[in-house]
Design a protein around this ligand. Structure first.
Ligand code: GLU
Length: 305
């Protein structure tokens, strides 16, 4: 192991899950459904459920969103374990991870501009595939802008609890991806891997939009020598146009005053329609905790229109 892990108490019953919203907007039907699924899956295993605010990208964040997300989760009756973590307070951990990767020869500086990539790179599963221009050294006189992981050749495969077998040749589909961005901010891929490892997360339950990122995260875990958690990617919530619900697609914010109705909807979208007579938040949670079964959750997108 080249990256030393903090001493953390072992996860209760071997299961520690988490919900990790980015405060770029308020909770909407998609993020609420992810919270519900990850929470119930953790509780069904007698496990812990942690909260992590992924506030790594200030230009995209909305003032007050982190507090509003926490207040909404509280109004819904979610009970999280431990202190809420904020990525904005954890930069030293990301720095330590990058230093370890540089020392082991797994990370390298890159001087390429977006314009150069647009001219020379082909498109992959998530933007441009980095053509490896700076892998063997910066051009003479060029300064480092970003830092990248030198991704090994070969397929990264894993079994997702809902989506089944997933495989991706990261080197071919994505290329050497960014760890520290040219604008000086830490990349999501690095921060999420470092935090899941340091926080002892054993099970990652999140939206299927992130399935494309998981092989990158596993490649990074291998480079850092940290464990790979179990993954479960919940069905994507889409609008009438088939687009993922998000701030960009103008998904409306959840109204905490309508929490019981919203919780009922979220459970139904996850294949757990509560029976008539389950009306209050307390009744819905009691029923959901007793009946939650991943086998009832579909894998494909759910229309929320
Ligand atoms: N912060 C990410 C998001 O809000 C989720 C990260 C994760 O669950 O790994 O989309």
């Amino acid at each position: 192991m080249i990256f030393s892990l903090d001493k953390l108490p072992a996860a209760a019953h071997g299961y520690r899950g988490r919900f990790a919203p980015s405060p770029t907007g308020l909770l909407h039907a998609g993020s609420l459904t992810t919270a519900v699924g990850s929470y119930l899956e953790a509780r069904r295993h007698g496990g812990e459920w942690r909260l992590r605010i992924e506030d790594l990208d200030p230009p995209r964040e909305m003032a007050g969103a982190a507090d509003a997300i926490l207040a909404t989760l509280d109004a819904f009756g979610f009970e999280w374990d431990g202190e809420v973590e904020y990525q904005s307070r954890r930069h030293h951990h990301y720095r330590a991870a990058l230093d370890a990767l540089v020392a082991s020869g797994d990370a390298y500086p890159c001087a390429c501009t977006r314009k150069q990539l647009a001219e020379h790179a082909r498109r992959g599963v998530d933007g441009y595939v980095y053509p490896g221009s700076c892998r063997h050294g910066l051009p003479v006189g060029a300064a480092a802008r970003a830092w990248r992981l030198a991704v090994p050749e070969g397929e990264v495969a894993f079994v997702d609890a809902l989506q089944g077998e997933v495989g991706q040749d990261v080197a071919h589909a994505v290329g050497d991806f960014v760890l520290l961005r040219a604008d000086g901010f830490w990349a999501y891929q690095l921060a999420v891997v470092v935090d899941d490892a340091l926080q002892g997360i054993t099970h990652v339950v999140r939206g299927a939009d992130l399935l494309v990122s998981t092989p990158r995260q596993i490649a990074l875990q291998r480079a850092l020598g940290v464990p790979t958690p179990a993954y479960c990617h919940l069905p994507l919530m889409v609008n009438a146009a088939g687009e993922k619900l998000s701030k960009q697609t103008l998904a409306p914010a959840i109204d905490p005053a309508a929490a019981a109705a919203e919780l009922r909807l979220a459970l139904s979208r996850l294949g757990h329609a509560p029976p008539a007579g389950c009306e209050t938040l307390a009744e819905l949670w009691t029923w959901a905790r007793a009946h939650w079964d991943l086998a009832r959750v579909g894998a494909g997108p759910v229309s929320v229109a």
